[in-house]
Design a protein around this ligand. Structure first.
Ligand SMILES: Cc1cc2nc3c(=O)[nH]c(=O)nc-3n(C[C@H](O)[C@H](O)[C@H](O)COP(=O)(O)OP(=O)(O)OC[C@H]3O[C@@H](n4cnc5c(N)ncnc54)[C@H](O)[C@@H]3O)c2cc1C
Length: 466
């Protein structure tokens, strides 16, 4: 029997009385559909209810009432997370931000957009693109994930190599703290060093320190259409060498993505892109430099790939073909999911060590007799080795081999000076590894911060910190 904290029924009555207009899902089917994020393999609890606020004042009131009745809170965007961060906690209130989708302002003079957190990343991109502007962060899930979730995880994506991660795009936040105080942090200043940096602390805290109710994000003038290159390699290591080579050559592509043979075939089976199915690895390289500079950058990338033994180097014929290729890469995880039960990992290493990490992944797959499809943001040193289990063969022995492989992957990344998570977060999936990576002293500081900001452990308890 799972322990349930607080007085849930009293909380629901209090919400009904204080916020009668609030959409509150209490039907078992609705609650069940908010049990999990994209980590179906992790245990997750059934929420007491799902609240769908529309304003900051409603969020603050929900937090106040949860505090009063000692019911924990799980903040949730679209539930596409890959670390169990927005998965349900038994008897907790899930606050889903999916009705807080309003763009409050697009400010051309300051190149900022101010938005509520529930807007889907692609919708925000489209709205600013209509004004000739560009919001850079683009997780592969951008057509479904929300800005609030991106802030919660400090999401990366396919153009971080040039434009940085979500945190780099944040100038201001409005948040509700665990005691229901509403704070406004930052704003439109490009430079602002007054006091401790609370925005960088809160971005990526996976809903454990505060709930984001508004964000002011940095925009750029829309870049020109991209020039796109595909390079195929006879070995994973050769592709890894090309990644290091591109970095060492000082090239600044906007995209530098990798797929291994298993993933190339899965993507090609699903999308019929005409990829080289015999290649051991493929790199997708893109430039968004203006005018002739893009062609020059792509030509330089082509030379580096050829020097790293690429067997085939091709340029996208036009913008449509480039978009299909980019979309093929974005859907790599879905293509692997079509082949079995897929668990995406998220290791990161310094970029010069990508070849060694790729070699380690191959060795682990052999040693543990597991299938691993690897793809990812190679230009950031961030790889997604994805363990694919035969759906019919999910027996205890297969799970044991998979867990052993996962441990090996994390060990290998740490041994190379890397991280157990580049962009998906510790969440509920990797808590055991936090001390291993950061050390007791650093995790002690994290615990002290959590105690100071959320002394009653109300916000997403048990996530990030065990
Ligand atoms: C196919 C696929 C591809 C993906 N590709 C990428 C990728 O390229 N890069 C990448 O980084 N991730 C990727 N992801 C993972 C996921 O999409 C991101 O982590 C995304 O940021 C989650 O957004 P969400 O709206 O689904 O948030 P959720 O999963 O609902 O929540 C994520 C975390 O944020 C917290 N949170 C949500 N809203 C708020 C809020 N308003 N205030 C405070 N905390 C909040 C939650 O508590 C949780 O801890 C991918 C996932 C899938 C399924």
């Amino acid at each position: 029997m799972t322990d349930v904290r607080g007085d849930g029924p009293a909380l629901l009555r209090a919400i009904g009385a204080t916020l009668p207009a609030m959409r509150l899902l209490t039907d078992p089917i609705d609650r069940e559909s908010h049990r999990r994020d994209e980590t179906a393999y992790l245990p997750a609890g059934l929420p007491l209810a799902v609240a769908l606020p529309e304003t900051t004042a409603e969020v603050a009131e929900l937090v106040r009432l949860c505090g009063e009745h000692d019911v924990p809170i799980v903040p949730r965007g679209a539930g596409t997370g890959l670390s169990g961060g927005s998965a349900g906690i038994e008897g907790a209130l899930t606050i889903a931000f999916t009705r807080m989708t309003r763009i409050l302002e697009i400010d051309r003079g300051n190149l900022t957009v101010t938005t509520q957190p529930g807007i889907v990343n692609a919708d925000l991109k489209a709205a600013v693109a209509a004004e000739g502007l560009f919001y850079a962060p683009d997780p592969a899930s951008y057509e479904t994930c929300t800005i609030g979730g991106n802030l919660g995880t400090n999401a990366g994506g396919l153009c971080c190599i040039k434009y940085g991660v979500t945190r780099d795009a944040v100038l201001g936040l409005e948040v509700v703290m665990a005691d229901a105080t509403v704070l406004r942090l930052g704003g439109k200043n490009v430079k602002d060093v007054a006091g401790y940096g609370l925005i960088p602390l809160l971005v990526g805290s996976q809903g454990t320190l505060a709930l984001v109710t508004e964000a002011t994000l940095r925009l750029r003038p829309a870049p020109p259409p991209r020039a796109t290159l595909l390079a195929f390699f006879p070995s994973l290591e050769a592709a890894g060498e090309a990644v290091s080579g591109l970095t060492a050559a000082g090239l600044g592509p906007v995209t530098l993505e990798l797929m291994d043979r298993f993933t190339i075939r899965a993507v090609d089976d699903m999308h019929r892109l005409g990829l080289d199915r015999d290649a051991a690895a493929m790199l997708l390289v893109e430039s968004d430099l203006p005018g002739d500079a893009a062609a020059a950058e792509i030509a330089a990338a082509e030379r580096v790939c050829e020097a790293s033994a690429a067997t085939l180097v091709v340029r996208a014929a036009d913008a449509q073909e480039a978009e299909w290729l980019r979309q093929g890469r974005r859907l790599a995880f879905r293509a692997l999911e079509a082949l079995g039960a897929a668990r995406m990992e998220d290791v990161g290493v310094p970029r010069s060590r990508v070849p060694e990490m790729l070699r380690a992944i191959e060795a682990i797959a052999d040693r543990r007799a597991v299938t691993i499809g690897t793809f990812g943001h190679a230009g950031d040193g961030n790889l997604h080795p994805t363990l694919v289990l035969d759906r019919d063969g999910e027996d205890a022995a297969a799970i044991e081999r998979l867990e052993a492989a996962r441990t090996d992957l994390y060990e290998a990344a740490l041994a190379l000076g890397g991280t157990v998570t580049g962009e998906h977060g510790i969440g509920a999936a990797r808590r055991d590894w936090l001390v291993r990576q950061r050390g007791e002293a650093a995790v002690g500081v994290m615990r002290a911060i959590k105690r100071a900001l959320d002394p009653r452990d109300l916000l997403n308890p048990g996530r990030v910190l065990a």
